[in-house]
Design a protein around this ligand. Sequence first.
Ligand code: PLP
Length: 390
Amino acid sequence: MRVSKKAKQFTESVIRDMTRQAIQHDAVNLAQGFPDFSAPEAVKLAAQEAVAANINQYAITWGAQNFRRAIADKFRQGQKIEVDPEREITVCCGSTEAMIATLLALADPGEEVIVFEPFYENYGPDAILSGATPRYVTLHPPADEDGEWSFDTAELRAAFSHNTRAIIINTPHNPSGKVFTRGELEQIRDLCVEFDVLAITDEIYEHILYDGARHISIATIEGMRERTVTINSLSKSYSVTGWRVGWAIAPAELTSAIRKVHDFLTVGAPAPLQAAGVAALTMPGTYYTELAENYALRRDLLLRALREAGFKAYKPGGAYYIMTDISGFASADDREFGGRLVKEIGVAAVPGSSFYSENGGGSQQLRFTFCKQIETLHRAIDNLRKLQQG
Ligand SMILES: Cc1ncc(COP(=O)(O)O)c(C=O)c1O
């Protein structure tokens, strides 16, 4: 049977496949980034109450008004940017839909979209589905495990052309844990302005930061407010990845295009969960401090264990993943090693190549997540000890 040329250009998600393999082999799943602990009680209760209060029919297609207001309030508090919830916010089914709706609405076939690699695996297919061509710029790992991943300024400039429509930024970054600095965002701004390019920024890990790192939204950098789409979601900040509620904030003209695409893609995000989203977005500041502190403990625990087991493990400044280099192990490549890890050692991780476009990229890398209960991490760590024995 024939399938579309678009669908032929990418494979099934490797991350979701690793989750299936983890279940099949009864391995500890450190592959997919979803918490195995409870969402905050107040947020769960708000969802139950919304269903009981009959908020069960379609919300306004671009998002319930009170939820959009809560998004605007939180953006103002966090980033000091005033946005109009009536004209500049589209609520979507997770940041996943916000990203694809944005690209479908704003990019045309023949245009290029710059993506830093390694990248969160949806961005390449997102660009392809929108008809645009992804253009990759490498984020280089640091020589020292505790150092920062970085891009080469000349390589970034070389990727921009008058065919470039947008650059996708993800900070804090999955899979590397990089937190983009103001200086780096200003370099990106200079190029966006020079080449008249949009920034589409995925900020879903904005509250998961370590060692005093600060999250900066590129929309706050002078000259970027009018050319930025800021994407975020409830998934990671409130540990509700299954709710599928996210949003895109963009200038009114861009928003009206995003809203049209969103309407025909999904009609709308779940109404009761948008109502509960108001409770989530108005959590006190201490909630976010605790969230980051709890993840810092987990990061340190897994980082130490991975290094002891023989991995070169890069210390993340944000998000909840550890990217590792596996060249210390005598293995053919990331897929072979990832397969052995899930079947024989009992830990699922994600082969590095799924975060790269080219064959060979990431072939000596493996990504582990630590958004799990301490007990889950201990089970994984016990299993990883088998690597030293073997
Ligand atoms: C960088 C990044 N963006 C988007 C997503 C998906 O987010 P959502 O659940 O809001 O669709 C993930 C999930 O792991 C991610 O890591």
